[in-house]
Design a protein around this ligand. Structure first.
Ligand SMILES: [Zn+2]
Length: 286
């Protein structure tokens, strides 16, 4: 087996673009520091809404293929070489928004058997032996079926991998502290007339918002803000960026957060009020 760097981070996401929005600065920082970063994306986001009119013809498998190339471009910008699709490309398809008939498609991720899907991830965990796993909370951050399922599969895979010889020392959920995002939206309301966007989203549109006390780690990605914005821009079917803001297909402006926040849910918390390094306290051994 080839030698892996001593610090290894695994991120599990539902669709191409989620990684850049949630963790783009974190990924850029650790890539720059020489850590091994593995991204596992569970679906190709074939049911995403396409923003640019010139790409609006892309649907289903064609959209999935296009989003795969967007993901490659985003990862090139962040310096991440190891990115994979859960079970291989096309194994699980996008489940669409909660409550739609799409959720019943037997090929969709929401219909996947959790243990079977987790088995694909266990293979990755046993190969890479990450010290840190990042995924969503049990509501998937905002209730999208693929995000909820990504959470279930990631947490189950961590359990199964532990039974097979690799216990991931630290598991984090993506979070956003309410006071931080409230301040960011206050600035956005002032700045909005100077942006290409016409309407602001609200705090409730942001996934994973919790009280500040719940946050155990804050990763300052200021130095990697440009890389994060570029990675988000690479997902052009899904995101329009005008730094420091962006919109999704609903056209509601949101702030790009360059400090990214986490809640430690498994493992030993490092020193300080909030960790500033996801690897704090982990044994850097293979
Ligand atoms: Zn998503």
């Amino acid at each position: 087996m080839t030698e892996l760097p001593s610090r290894r981070l695994l991120l599990v996401h539902a669709h191409p673009d989620d990684e850049s929005i949630n963790n783009g600065a974190t990924m850029a920082r650790y890539a720059a520091e020489g850590a091994h970063i593995t991204l596992v994306t569970c679906t190709l986001g074939e049911r995403g809404e396409v923003i640019p009119p010139e790409l609006a013809h892309l649907t289903g498998a064609a959209l999935g293929q296009h989003r795969r190339s967007e993901l490659s471009a985003a990862m090139a910008g962040l310096g991440v070489q190891d990115f994979r699709l859960l079970g291989g490309a096309g194994r699980y398809s996008d489940s669409g928004m909660m409550g739609l008939p799409d959720n019943d498609d037997p090929a969709c991720f929401w219909q996947a058997d959790v243990d079977e899907a987790a088995a694909h991830l266990v293979e990755v965990i046993l190969e890479v032996r990450p010290q840190v796993l990042v995924t969503y909370d049990d509501n998937g951050g905002y209730g999208h079926p693929d995000h909820i399922q990504a959470h279930r599969v990631a947490m189950r895979a961590a359990e199964l991998a532990a039974e097979s010889g690799w216990t991931i020392p630290k598991v984090y959920w993506n979070r956003v502290p309410r006071p931080v995002v409230e301040d960011a939206f206050a600035r956005l309301r002032d700045d909005l007339p100077g942006t290409p966007f016409t309407k602001a989203a609200s705090v409730d549109d942001v996934p994973g918002v919790v009280a500040g006390e719940r946050i155990t780690a804050a990763i300052d990605g200021t130095a990697h803000a440009a890389a994060k914005a570029a990675a988000m821009r690479a997902h052009a079917t899904q995101i329009t960026v005008a730094e420091p803001y962006f919109v999704l297909s609903n056209e509601l402006a949101q702030p790009i957060l360059t400090t990214e926040y986490y809640e430690l849910v498994r493992g030993e918390r490092g020193p300080g009020e909030r960790e500033t390094d996801l690897f704090a306290g982990v044994e850097e051994a293979s």
